[in-house]
Design a protein. Structure first.
Length: 450
């Protein structure tokens, strides 16, 4: 196992896994970045000069390559897809909406819910769901280093979000972590172009999810009457080849609609986030066009239900129609926790008690290890040590969450106070990596033993 820690793996190709070496983070044919806008002409010139290279395709996070559209020149402008596609369906069967995150409010200002309709009419789906999609404008501060020193400048970027729930005080919007990352202010623009300030309710960089809260008191009554809460579908029940629709803030111009099919399921994609941490997700693949600004937007089934949150795509000029979305069945539990839970304060913060190494797909293939976190060190006196977790074990599940990195564990811990007992699934090194479930009682973070 020393080779595992000292030498690292050799790259091994996998049909269903796109490796870190394949990530395009700004070089090549696209140069969209969260805080660096270049003109379309400049991008076109780069695409002519840059070679195809040895890679057939490259994966890129929308946050780093194309998912956020930056610059003051991209202002939100909503328009109705129904005007472009006015055809009406010959028949429609409406059923009760499926709401995965029920609205917990008795307020008179209760947002309507998108209907669930068995129709293949894309114009009807767009007209129904667009009121549940918002534009997210992130204004942050960028540092620039020059010969004359370091200076800062306000920069803005644009992404998308989905209205997913409400209570008596707030409307909650699901989006990507990279859409809100680094924000000094967040502006939410609704379907009627009314803009209000939003605040980050929770983030999880290990799976690139975030929740934004908007105070109902800040939203005009007229806007409340127009916006909707999106209905949730079941991504686990999808079949390859089923039709789908993408709605989001493409190019920062406002809402737009594309359509296609579910091309594949369970595509394991590894991306490096803007914080340098690896984000590993098992994603839905679609050939529906995904464009700059679609980050955090909705992937819908043909009933108008959200089945995924758009997050990434291939960016090489030789490849077309390979966009990715976080499956909603996976995302909802994490989103629900962000809405319902508060981050534990420092006094009650918990501590697990391991030092770990992320097991990437390359490491898993080379050393025949399960995916998860390799336990490099167990701290004496910690909950992990008391439960029987040992150096060399691999943590595969933590409090019900599949573990893809140390960030997964850290993101779960932020909501758990000291003294909480959780289930941790461990692949035991001493038992040929057979899985065992341990009950671990978390200790106090401020009392951890080094």
């Amino acid at each position: 196992m020393s080779d595992f820690l000292d030498n690292g793996p050799e790259k091994r190709d996998s049909e269903y896994s796109y490796k870190r070496e394949d990530i395009n983070q700004g070089e090549g044919t696209y140069s969209w970045t969260p805080y660096d806008y270049e003109s379309k002409d400049k991008i076109k010139d780069k695409s002519k000069k840059d070679g195809f290279g040895k890679k057939l395709v490259k994966v890129a996070a929308l946050a780093l390559v194309f998912g956020l559209v930056s610059g003051a020149s991209f202002q939100a402008a909503s328009y109705g897809m129904r005007q472009l596609l006015p055809a009406e369906p010959t028949s429609e069967q409406t059923v009760e909406p499926v709401i995965a995150l029920p609205q917990t409010t008795d307020s008179d200002q209760k947002v309507n819910v998108t209907t669930v309709s068995q129709t293949s009419d894309i114009a009807l789906i767009a007209d129904n769901v667009m009121p549940a999609i918002v534009q997210v404008t992130n204004v942050g501060i960028q540092e620039y280093r020059t010969l004359f020193g370091i200076y800062t400048q306000d920069v803005s970027s644009a992404g998308s979000g989905i209205i997913i729930s409400q209570d008596d005080e707030y409307i909650y919007i699901a989006s990507n972590n990279h859409v809100v990352s680094g924000a000094q202010t967040l502006t939410i623009t609704f379907c009627d172009e009314e803009a209000v300030t939003g605040e980050i309710k929770g983030t999880d960089n290990s799976c690139d999810l975030a929740v934004i809260a908007v105070k109902i008191s800040d939203i005009k009554t007229e806007t409340m009457a127009k916006i909707k809460v999106a209905s949730m579908g079941a991504s686990d029940l999808l079949m390859v080849g089923q039709g789908c629709v993408v709605i989001g803030n493409a190019l920062g111009y406002g809402q737009s609609v594309t359509s296609g099919v579910i091309s594949a399921k369970d595509r394991v994609v590894e991306l490096e986030g803007d914080d340098g941490e690896m984000v590993v997700n098992s994603l839905l693949q679609t050939d529906a066009a995904v464009n700059p600004g679609n980050s955090g937007g909705a992937l819908l089934n043909m009933d108008g239900e959200v089945i995924g949150i758009v997050s990434a795509k291939y960016t090489n000029e030789a490849v077309e129609g390979m966009g990715y979305a976080i499956p909603i069945d996976y995302a909802l539990g994490i989103i629900q926790q962000m809405i319902n839970s508060e981050v534990v304060n420092d006094i009650n913060a918990s501590y697990f008690g391991i030092g770990g190494v992320d097991i990437t797909s390359e490491l898993a293939a080379q050393y025949d290890l399960p995916r998860g976190v390799y336990v490099q060190q167990v701290m004496e006196g910690s909950g992990a040590a008391a439960a029987g977790i040992e150096q060399g074990d691999v943590i595969t599940s933590f409090n019900g969450r599949t573990v893809t990195s140390m960030s997964t564990i850290q993101n779960v811990l932020q909501y758990l106070p000291a003294g909480t007992t959780i289930d941790v699934v461990v692949a035991k090194a001493s038992d040929e990596y057979a899985e065992t479930t341990y009950q671990v009682t978390l200790t106090h973070k401020n009392q951890k033993v080094q």
